[in-house]
Write a protein that binds this ligand. Structure first.
Ligand code: FE2
Length: 157
């Protein structure tokens, strides 16, 4: 069994609904990691894979909406990265040779996604990071509706 993904406050972007979705993705990844022998529990393992696949779509849809709400400038680039992750997941699911092998590969992919995308890309680009003055200023200069999105969040901090 691989090492579980631990959620800590450092993983937070500061955007509540995205954070709770990321947290659930950690939980799904951990559930997958916890399977000792997916072949032995094939129906449960397949159910988890279905759930993962659906939740990834739901989550990316939600991040997309959020990026539109804040009029995120690198929208296309970020969406492209989401497409690449979905494609990698689909490729793994299409190329199944055994459930045990799939589990190992999916675990690697989820850990890579969490470490490289959620904890770096999302945090840097979508997160509310008060230490990042440059980002803070540029967002303030955009003059968006202060009743929506993270501008309001920044203003109330
Ligand atoms: Fe993202």
């Amino acid at each position: 069994m691989g090492e579980r993904m631990k959620w800590t406050k450092e993983c937070r972007l500061g955007v509540d609904h995205i954070d709770s979705q990321h947290r659930l993705l950690f939980a799904i990844a951990n559930e997958l990691i916890d399977f000792e022998d997916p072949m032995e529990e094939a129906p449960e393992f397949k159910f988890l894979l279905n759930h993962l696949r659906q939740y990834v779509d739901e989550h990316f849809k939600s991040e997309k909406q959020y990026m539109q709400d804040i009029q995120y400038l690198d929208f296309d680039d970020h969406i492209q990265k989401h497409h690449a992750i979905v494609e990698e997941i689909n490729d793994l699911l299409k190329g199944i040779k055994s459930l045990n092998e799939l589990k190992g590969n999916m675990e690697k992919l989820l850990k890579k996604w969490i470490k490289e995308h959620i904890l770096v890309e999302d945090k840097k680009n979508l997160g509310v990071d008060k230490n990042n003055e440059e980002k803070f200023q540029s967002v303030k200069c955009l003059d968006r509706d202060p009743d929506k999105g993270w501008i309001r969040y920044l203003l109330i901090q």
